[in-house]
Design a binder for this molecule. Structure first.
Ligand code: PLP
Length: 399
């Protein structure tokens, strides 16, 4: 451990320093090449140093960086027009991060009821295992004690029920309920999928009780599941959706999308952000959409996802002593190991493969959406070697 650092100790960092990236590869200062299936926690959707993103950012950097929201920002309008054209949404508010997108979503839902003369309806039902960010409101929404503790009173108005338990949701609804907030796939929680039926039932309850359905697609959105947004698989439409991570491809960018009706309370002066929708971010966001919305891109994500699914299933069959369960959808995958996930992460890293820890002892694989079938197979081969190491180590331990 380093003796001193002026940085906060908030992160448990791996002792790795990267100098540059190329597609799915990260190159460390000592020249070692890592296959990056962490992708900056699902942020580097187009891998590293994607030529189209570099071009967009450079071109904008030479023209204009920032003007603030005192003025019209054409990039915001074009990106919002494109996002609303391909989603349920009519309105967009741009942010710099996922937590800010969630803050906007929460405020939008509360203002909706306030504007209809029901300020008492500000309570939001959320789910156990959720993660919505690290602001004072979003830690309350996420409900995880380890993130809430020591930061003063928990922000009021968030009620948690078990993930997937429709009876518990119904029970929690009362005259003060404003909305239901859910990740279609819990990321930090351990790659836990909400079933199609569950999402459909939540939509039904929202319609029945006049609630807004808020989806947190910060991690599972923007092509990660092989559709532009994960909820499309269930056929439902939310009223409000938070997006970030993959939409910026590595540039800090988030967005809160809403229907015309849901956004009705967000009139002039109710919300703002100095940097939100800054021209640099808009240039990159538009460039990410150029690629993700191009003919065949999402089909390729689905094809490569199939290579992973089959490869991981085979790995589980051959290493039942190491792997307990394979989870996930598309390129949002989880390996629930029998060994502690910290040890698994170490074994994987020894094979120069990067992954992300998550709840329930699950290791996340979040490969860039540009990963090819050959790169997927390379990753699977590295996972297999890591599984062999873990098996050998546990064999020694048992003997
Ligand atoms: C990462 C994440 C957030 C928070 O995003 P930040 O950019 O870190 O604020 C919120 N929700 C989900 C589902 C996430 O994965």
């Amino acid at each position: 451990m380093a003796a001193t650092t002026p940085l906060y100790d908030t992160y448990l960092r791996a002792p790795l320093r990267f100098e540059r990236g190329e597609g799915v590869w990260l190159i460390a200062e000592d020249g070692t090449r890592y296959l990056d299936f962490a992708a900056g926690v699902a942020v580097n959707s187009l891998g590293h140093a994607h030529p189209h993103l570099i071009e967009a950012l450079k071109a904008q950097a030479e023209k204009l960086w920032h003007v603030s929201n005192l003025y019209e920002v054409p990039g915001q309008e074009s990106l919002a027009r494109r996002l609303t054209a391909v989603t349920f949404a009519d309105r967009v508010f741009f942010t710099n991060s996922g937590a800010e997108a969630l803050e906007c979503a929460i405020k939008t839902a509360r203002r909706y009821h306030f504007a209809k003369g029901h300020p008492e309806r500000f309570h939001i039902i959320t789910f156990e295992g959720a993660f919505h960010g690290r602001t004072i409101a979003t830690i309350a929404a996420g409900g995880q004690q380890k993130y809430i503790e020591g930061f003063g009173p928990k922000a009021p108005g968030f009620y948690q029920v078990p993930f997937g338990d429709i009876a518990a949701v119904k029970n929690a609804i009362n005259d003060e309920t404003a909305a239901i907030l859910i990740e279609p796939i819990q990321g930090e929680g351990g790659i836990r999928l909400a079933s199609k039926e569950f999402l459909q039932e939540l939509r039904g309850l929202c319609d029945e009780y006049g609630l807004l359905l808020i989806l947190d697609e910060v991690q599972c959105g923007v092509g990660r599941t092989g559709k532009l947004f994960a909820h499309e698989w269930s056929g439902i439409k939310p009223d409000i959706m938070a997006v970030a991570k993959g939409i910026g491809g590595g540039f800090p960018l988030g967005a809160c999308l809403a229907t015309e009706a849901a956004a009705a309370g967000m009139v002039a002066g109710t919300h703002g952000s100095t940097y939100g929708g800054n021209p640099l971010a808009m240039a990159v966001g538009n460039a990410v959409l150029d690629v993700v919305l191009a003919e065949g891109f999402l089909q390729n994500v689905r094809d490569v996802a199939l290579v992973f699914r089959q490869g991981l299933a085979s790995l589980k069959d051959r290493f039942p002593d190491v792997i307990e369960e394979i989870r996930g959808d598309g390129l949002m995958l989880g390996i629930k190991a029998k060994a502690a996930s910290a040890d698994v992460l170490k074994a994987i890293r020894a094979e120069k493969l990067l992954a992300v820890p998550a709840g329930e002892n699950v290791l996340r694989l979040l490969p860039p959406l540009i990963t090819t079938a050959a790169e997927a197979r390379e990753g699977l081969a590295r996972l297999e070697r890591a599984a062999e190491t873990i098996r050998a180590n546990s064999g020694t331990a048992a003997a």
